[in-house]
Structures are given as C-alpha cells and as structure tokens.
Design a protein around this ligand. Structure first.
Ligand code: A2P
Length: 341
C-alpha cells in the first residue's frame, strides 16, 4: 500500500496535483473555527499536503492558519479554493478576499464553484427555495465569469492591462484555474471561449456516479476530473454494498480505501473530508486493485437503482441551487437518479 500523497497527477499546464486531498466542507454551516483548524492540523500530521476549500465553506481563514502554523514550507502544500455563486459579478474582488483569508502567498487552484450565478450566497438549508439563482442567459454568464478568472492567470504586460491591481505582488498569485460541477453541456459552451483550458473539473464522483462520459470528454480536452464526496457523503451506504464489503475483506482494508483506490487508479483526484485521525490516515493509504476488481467496481452503478447522486442538495423542483438539471446538463431525474439512455 502506498500513501496517496506520494502520487500526483499532471495538469494541462505542467503543474502537479496530489491525488488525494482533504475535502474541507464540514457537511453543514454548523461548525466551529477550532474544529476546522484542528482537522487541518491533524491532517497535516497524518501526511496530507493537499487541501480543498471554498469561499462557500466559510473556513478559508482556519485552513490557511493551520497550514501556516505547521511550519512546513508553503511549496509542500497544494491549496484549492473556489469562487462563490454570489461573486460571479465581482471575480477580482472575491479572489482578493479569498487570497487575504487564506494568507498563503499563492493559491494553487482557483475554481468556478458552480456554473450558476446568484444574487446572494447559496443557503444550504434552503435547497428548495433558491430564489436568488440567475437563469443561464443572465449576465454575467459562466463564460463571462470564467473569462474574468482567466485574467488572474495573466502575466506581464497583459496582466497590467487587464487588472486594476498591478505590481510585484501580482506575480504568480494563482497557479491554475478550473471549474466545478460542469457537465459536457456546460463545458461545450465554455471551451470555445477559453484561452486557458480549465485544469480540473471537480464533480461528485464515486462508484454510484462514475461519470464515465464526462471523464472521457474531459480526458480528450486535457481536463482532470477530481471527486468531491468520493465516499458518497455517508458512513454506511458503500460499507453495506456486498461487493465493496467483500473487496475490503479480500484486501484487508476498509471499504473507504477500496473506493478511493478505485478512483485514483482510474485517474481521478479524490477529496474525502474527515475529522477523524484514523480515517484520515486510511484515506491516504491506498492500494492497487486487480483489473477484475476494477471492472466489478466500474460496473456497480449498473445494478438497479444504483446509478445516482448521493449528496443531499437535490431540490424537489428537479435541480440544484436554482438551476434545473437541464440547465446544468446533468442527465438526472428528481432525487439525483441518473437517466439511463
Ligand atoms: P468524519 O469526518 O467523521 O470522518 P464528504 O462527502 O464531504 O467527503 O464527507 C465524507 C464523510 O464520510 C464525512 O462524514 C466523514 O466523516 C466520513 N468519512 C471520511 N472518511 C471515512 C472513512 N474512511 N470511513 C468512514 N467514513 C468516512
């Protein structure tokens, strides 16, 4: 078995991203600053060097603080944060705020968290009444927002022209940009306008939602897929699947190690969240699965009722955070079940 931290994937701009990172979404807005600080501190001690946060997680400050306080060189870490839906109209300012909150000299990866813009922050407790989301044709569109993010990557004279902020401090403040929650449909709309191809697309991804079509599409475009909620956001769902329980017994590991190893072995980054030291260590201690076992996991979603999302943000109207599945380009029915074609 190897520590997932030792393995890295190469991005389309030549930089590298560790295959396992700690997802820093705390599961709700009900957490303390101390809890986040302690989670990141423990993860660093356990060997994590890759952390995935977002403006919307409300904890960039504590993530940055724990990394700084570790005394380990900044260059050892890989840190991702994301632009919130309510900030699409103010990309430069929102980036500046994230940059200040993290206070880590640079941000390795800055993602457009969702394609949909909203007039305020997403309220995770109001998934069925997301009245603030703007429709796809409202300005700024996600293409316009992404074009603003590209300006963060510009260098030299071009940067001086593009940004109202200039000077030495601008150099290398963000190493890569990318997207999250994009489908083939929204990427098809975005890519013709890109001068910087997104380095990654972060989506929900696990054996019930392997995202096979999106994965092939992204690979063809040079975009790396990364997985949020790679364990299905539950401590029991996959543990109770006979296939996964059987493989855990066979390899003498936990069900979570089977799933994370599968995801990394098929070439995707995984970002499991954990506050528990033992589970953190397990989640970066991955193994090589046989071709036959990879195949069994690749096809688990074909069992009746298994091809589905496992996260709780699907609204009753049939969509997520104010957009319909159709607008998002997610081939899903109510509850997040994938429409089989
Ligand atoms: P905990 O923090 O108590 O470990 P996400 O979908 O945001 O990645 O969340 C993952 C969920 O799975 C969290 O509730 C986390 O809880 C739990 N978890 C993380 N790693 C493991 C593991 N190895 N075994 C069982 N549960 C896990």
């Amino acid at each position: 078995m190897t520590s997932g931290q030792l393995h890295a994937f190469k991005l389309n701009n030549g930089t590298e991203i560790p295959s396992v990172g700690l997802g820093c979404y705390m599961g709700s807005n009900d957490f303390t600053e101390k809890q986040v600080y302690s989670m990141v501190q423990k993860a660093i001690q356990a060997g994590y060097r890759h952390f995935d946060t977002a403006t919307g997680y409300g904890n960039e400050k504590q993530v940055g603080e724990a990394i700084r306080d570790s005394g380990i060189a900044r260059s050892e870490f890989y840190v991702t944060t994301k632009l919130a839906n309510g900030d699409h109209h103010r990309v430069q300012e929102a980036f500046e705020e994230s940059f200040e909150r993290l206070n880590l000299e640079w941000i390795d990866l800055y993602l457009l968290h969702w394609p949909q813009a909203s007039t305020g922050d997403v309220d995770f407790s109001q998934i069925n009444a997301p009245k603030m989301a703007l429709p796809p044709d409202a300005h700024p569109t996600f293409v316009e927002t992404y074009k603003e993010m590209e300006k963060l990557m510009a260098t030299g004279e071009r940067k001086k022209k593009l940004l109202f902020l200039c000077g030495d401090r601008e150099q290398g403040r963000v190493k890569s940009i990318g997207v999250s929650n994009f489908s083939i449909k929204t990427l098809e709309e975005l890519l013709p306008h890109c001068s910087v191809v997104p380095a990654t697309n972060q989506v929900e991804l696990h054996p019930c939602l392997p995202q096979d079509d999106l994965k092939s599409y992204c690979e063809a475009k040079g975009i790396l897929l990364s997985a949020y909620s790679p364990l299905g956001r539950s401590q029991t769902f996959f543990a109770e699947q006979p296939l996964i329980a059987g493989l855990a017994d066979k390899y003498h590991v936990t069900w979570a190690q089977i799933i994370l190893s599968w995801a990394v072995q098929r070439g995707t980054v995984v970002l499991p969240k954990s506050e528990n030291e033992g589970r953190m260590i397990a989640n970066i201690t991955l193994l090589q699965l046989s071709d036959q076992d990879m195949h069994a996991l690749n096809t688990l979603h074909r069992q009746p009722g298994m091809h589905r999302s496992l996260v709780p943000f699907h609204a009753d109207y049939g969509g997520v955070f104010g957009w319909t599945y159709e607008w998002l380009g997610w081939k899903m029915a109510k509850g997040g079940y994938v429409l089989e074609v």
